[in-house]
Write a protein of this length. Structure first.
Length: 402
């Protein structure tokens, strides 16, 4: 008996030490089920946790597959009643399983004997270690004692795992906020630079265009020269368009907010953008919820949506499907644009909202999405992109509720 007791204590120590080095709840459930089954020689072992109004069995477990664990679920009041009637001590049934409050489930799982060892956190029951079918005899007091110690340790381990998960989430939020601050500072600096450069280039470019027009009037009889001058004019006009975009990017315009139904705004934008799909096999599908009121600058938000839709059309080429949907969530109104184009490389996604970065080679200026990012941030919203190469891209704009 002494030898067996020492062995059990050693096994218990190994299991509890393992608990406190794990930061993932599923791994804790696995180690708990294995350790508990080994400690008392049970065929079935696992953890039941309180979720809302039910106690449900977690997975992984020992001696139970996913389907079996999914059947083990009981109303909260039923388990609390069992907790009270057992005087808050472990519930043990070695004789009449048919009289158990869990008889229907126990019969399905071919349970011969059963033990529930309660797990508490801050004085409240939060779960139970469930063991069934002890290989030799029934569950005895000497089995329950180490399991009670195990229950105390698993409670602490689960609390630590949840704290760790919450800490990681908060650290990620801080990291995201820092990246947004860096991006915002970068946009301000580049905006000031863009404004200065644009003004410096605009004046000489206007002069060059003026001389080109004069030369074209004087050289009407020289066809080849006139063609070259026309090419020069077109390129100068393209440069002026880029300058206008630079000035638009740098301009600090106050938001003209009003209460608006984002659904109507999207419908207007889609009608306008549909002109680009003529002569192509591009299809736009929509899935809008009911009235979705927000407070925003409609013209600036239209610019954002047109930029995203135009990029999707360019990515898909002459055929594809663009799904546009809206949904209300806790963080606000979500507008999703999902295309089935070639997708975006992971390295490009990280730079997608940087000014002057473009995946369109010589066809893009790299300003459209930067301006869009700036507009959404001024609305206290967010814009995100997800993509897998070969499987399209999804842009999600989140705007605060009105």
């Amino acid at each position: 008996k002494v030898h067996k007791h020492i062995t059990n204590l050693s096994n218990l120590d190994n299991v509890t030490l393992t608990f406190h080095s794990i930061t993932n709840e599923a791994d804790i459930y696995l180690e708990l089920s294995r350790g508990a089954a080994d400690l008392v020689g049970a065929e079935q072992a696992g953890y039941m946790v309180l979720e809302g109004d039910e106690f449900v069995h977690t997975f992984p477990a020992t001696g139970l597959d996913l389907d079996a664990t999914s059947r083990i679920r009981f109303p909260r009041e039923q388990i609390l009643n069992l907790y009270d009637t057992s005087h808050r001590r472990a519930y043990v049934n070695n004789e009449d399983i048919s009289a158990s409050p869990m008889a229907d489930v126990d019969r399905t799982l071919k349970v011969r004997n059963l033990a529930l060892v309660w797990v508490r956190s801050k004085g409240q029951i939060t779960g139970a270690i469930r063991l069934a079918n002890k290989r030799s005899g029934g569950f005895a007091a000497e089995d329950i004692q180490p399991l009670a110690i195990l229950a105390n340790n698993v409670s602490v381990a689960l609390d630590n795992a949840r704290l760790y998960t919450d800490l990681r989430r908060q650290m990620q939020q801080i990291k995201d906020a820092q990246e947004q601050l860096i991006q915002a500072a970068k946009l301000v600096a580049i905006g000031e630079l863009s404004s200065n450069v644009a003004h410096e280039l605009n004046n000489p470019l206007t002069t060059v265009l003026g001389y080109i027009d004069l030369m074209m009037e004087e050289k009407e009889e020289h066809g080849d020269l006139l063609q070259d001058l026309n090419t020069m004019k077109l390129e100068c006009l393209r440069a002026k368009q880029i300058i206008r975009q630079l000035l638009e990017f740098a301009r600090k315009r106050p938001l003209e907010r009003k209460t608006m139904d984002i659904r109507n705004t999207l419908i207007n934008v889609i009608e306008l953008a549909s002109i680009q799909t003529r002569g192509t096999n591009i299809e736009i599908k929509t899935d809008f919820e009911g009235d979705m009121m927000i407070s925003g600058d409609e013209n600036q938000l239209k610019q954002v949506f047109i930029n995203i839709i135009s990029n999707a059309f360019h990515a898909m080429g002459n055929h594809g499907i663009l799904d546009i949907s809206t949904k209300t969530s806790e963080d606000g109104t979500r507008i999703t644009f999902k295309d089935n184009g070639p997708g975006i490389k992971e390295n490009d996604i990280k730079r997608l909202f940087e000014p002057f970065f473009s995946t369109k080679d010589e066809k893009g200026t790299g300003i459209g999405l930067s301006v869009s990012y700036k507009i959404i941030r001024e609305h206290n919203g967010s814009i995100e992109v997800e993509s897998t190469p070969g499987k399209g891209a999804t842009f999600t704009v989140v705007l605060p509720k009105s």
